[in-house]
Design a protein around this ligand. Structure first.
Ligand code: KG4
Ligand code: ZN
Length: 318
């Protein structure tokens, strides 16, 4: 629940079920959404000390994402809208990650527009020129895997259970980047991450032939090496995008923005005449407040949703 970009409650229900399968299983994700969505909304109202008739509008995600989960959210939001007679606001998942920066927080300055945002999640990696809250322009994007996907896939190769990104980050903090992992080369501001995964795969195969315990004996250093390769790649294009756009206000968003090395590298840029905005952890990974933040700006602009809108798994614009 968000009022004037102030977060009154932010209920996030992490689905444990996927850990048993080593990845997200779409049908299980949809079922878990159905099981939990009513309780999540009741808890959000109760945490915010609001009753249903006190809300002004219902923001929900139209996409992009897993279609089954989106349909559960969309049907529930439409039901709420009909019951409360309050308008719908159709938020875009990726746009909302960028607008998470606009949520008020005591201890940090909010970014002024325009700013350049690196949006790196499990499904997407984009460089976004944020001209204003509702005018976001993608200036670079991944041509294959997303950065979060690269973290998760490399973690899997190293025997780290799903979701591997956060665990790989923790282990990397105990090691040094001593192992040679290839950095992909792509023209312009676009990214590629599939080469990192392949490089890790071949390196592990080669080393494990000589020493069966290679991975377990070198795990923290291997994690540090993978993390450095992914973060170097992210930062390289960030520097190029800064030079191209001339923007000196920078931000990171999406689940990968929780990565400790990426946060460190971004913070280092702050000492080079740049304003750097890094959201609190709870606003980096998927959360309800960021959807309400996008809803807030749609509301101000009078862009209301329709009961006829169908959610979409893929949306290429922001
Ligand atoms: O934005 P998000 O919560 O969900 C999507 O929209 O995809 O991002 C999830 C991704 C996962 O791939 C996860 O491994 C990665 O973000 N992630 C991290 C860290 N925390 C989450 N990757 C590296 N280091 C982290 N600390
Ligand atoms: Zn996300």
């Amino acid at each position: 629940m968000v009022a004037d970009l102030e977060v009154l409650s932010n209920v996030v229900w992490t689905q444990q079920v996927h850990e048993d399968y080593g990845g997200v299983v779409p049908e299980l994700a949809s079922r878990a959404h159905t099981e939990r969505i009513s309780q999540a909304v009741i808890k959000a109202l109760s945490d915010a000390r609001l009753s249903l008739n006190e809300i002004d509008a219902v923001a929900y995600t139209v996409g992009p994402g897993l279609i089954g989960a989106l349909m559960v959210g969309s049907a529930f939001a439409k039901g709420l809208s009909l019951v409360t007679k309050k308008p719908l606001l159709e938020a875009n998942h990726l746009h909302a990650h960028v607008l998470a920066h606009c949520l008020k927080s005591n201890d940090r300055q909010l970014p002024e527009f325009p700013f350049l945002c690196l949006l790196a999640s499990g499904g997407h990696t984009q460089l976004v020129a944020a001209h204003s809250p509702l005018h976001l322009e993608i200036v670079g994007r991944t041509v294959d895997d997303a950065a979060g996907e690269a973290f998760d896939k490399c973690a899997k190769l190293l025997g780290i259970p799903y979701p591997g990104g956060p665990a790989l980050d923790k282990l990397a903090q105990l090691g040094k980047p001593l192992h040679p992992i290839a950095r992909p080369v792509v023209e312009g501001l676009d990214y590629s991450f599939s080469g990192i995964k392949t490089s890790v795969l071949y390196y592990l195969r080669q080393q494990s032939r000589a020493n069966h315990h290679f991975i377990t004996e070198n795990l923290p250093d291997l994690c540090a090496s993978v993390q450095e390769a992914i973060v170097d790649t992210l930062m390289d294009k960030m520097h190029k995008a800064m030079a191209k756009t001339g923007f000196s206000r920078l931000a990171v968003a999406g689940g990968v923005a929780a990565n400790s090395l990426l946060r460190k590298r971004m913070a280092e840029l702050a000492s080079q005449h740049c304003q750097v905005h890094i959201p609190p952890f709870s606003y980096c990974t998927d959360n309800a407040a960021m959807i309400a933040a996008h809803g807030h700006f749609l509301w101000l602009d009078g862009r209301f949703g329709s009961l006829n809108t169908a959610p979409m798994a893929r949306i290429h614009s922001l």
